[in-house]
Design a protein around this ligand. Sequence first.
Ligand code: AMP
Length: 424
Amino acid sequence: MTHGISAIRGMNDILPEEVVYWQFIEQQLRALFASYGYIEIRPPLLERTEVFSRSIGVATDIVAKEMYTFSDRNGENLTLRPEGTAGCVRAVIEHHLAYKKACRFWMMGPMFRYERPQKGRYRQFYQVGVEALGLPGPDIDAELIFMSQRLWRQLGLSDDLVLQLNSLGDSATREKYREVLKNYFITHYDQLDEDSKKRLETNPLRILDSKNRELETLIQDAPKITQFLDETSRQNLKTLEALLTEARIRFVLNSRLVRGLDYYDGMVFEWETQLLGAQGAVCGGGRYNGLVECLGGESIPAVGFAIGMERLVEVLKAKQTMFPICPPDVYIVRVGERGGEEGLLLAEYLRDELPFLKVLSYMGEGGFKQQLRQADKSGARIALILGETEIASGKVSLKFLREEKPQQIFSKEEIKTILMSYFS
Ligand code: AMP
């Protein structure tokens, strides 16, 4: 027996009953971004590897072990994007988009990370990202958070997501803090697990991110970055806190929030939920003031966030928000020699006259009863029937599939008027 070919582990088919959730969220997002003046940008999925290694950082998990990197037929070293910001910034520099002006972008699409697949953690996953360049904050930082909060509100999730906030300070702050933290963990070296021991040399801040419960107290007692913040970062964080309080957005200051990408500095945030178990981060972001310069552009301050679409869909499902697949309005049933042809032409006539109408035509060789069963299964409200009699007289029978009303025969114009009154 031959076996079918299955999808790659961690790369999911998004099936029709799930697509309706995605479409609903995407619709909300497009309107939301427009209302805040953000415009869409679509960088490619493949970039030169250095776009990511230079920006995300060679010591991060993403670059060190999770990238889909390969040489193409020309020997170029390429990587499937593991996140959206670096590619967006590359495009902004290449096309001079942020030259002497602020700009706000959004983008949506698949990202690729070779992680251990589990619920909420995939190898191909979708992010919706927002990037605002040319503004130092903290007003734009607040606007980004307002925007994300507005989305949760529109999706009915205001009470299910908690905002975590921190500041990573400027590069001097992080340099100093990295040393202090390293020394602290060295004095407790024996308590560290293998992962943290490795991170001690490469990226000690990531130890704070550890999910190992045995390290809980050790991490709790570690020196906090807030003690070392530079004056600008401290002030910006304070102003942001005041703006959030004013806008009645609840937040938790979490000095352990470090994010997994090196390009972040200053304010960072994450929206988390209790509804998804271990993978509770639904949206993460922060400032990346050094990234444009690091990728070869001028020094331009910037801030952004990314929402994980699969996780957002899961939250909606956990809340039992239902989105039924949209059934057709009308199903065309046809029999007889000329039935197939007449059916297709009738469908085209209706789409010309009533562009909002959803019309499904039966295709194939099935008999009348079988076609009616299909019409019923489709969820359509009305079946339009073209039998020998109807075709001979140039008319169409209309049958209500969900209501107790008699079947009647009409001219095409009359059918158009009736459908207009039901579906417009
Ligand atoms: P990051 O780019 O790591 O800051 O992630 C931003 C958001 O993307 C997270 O808050 C998650 O919602 C989502 N995300 C990140 N990695 C994955 C993954 N492997 N699978 C599914 N969603 C992810």
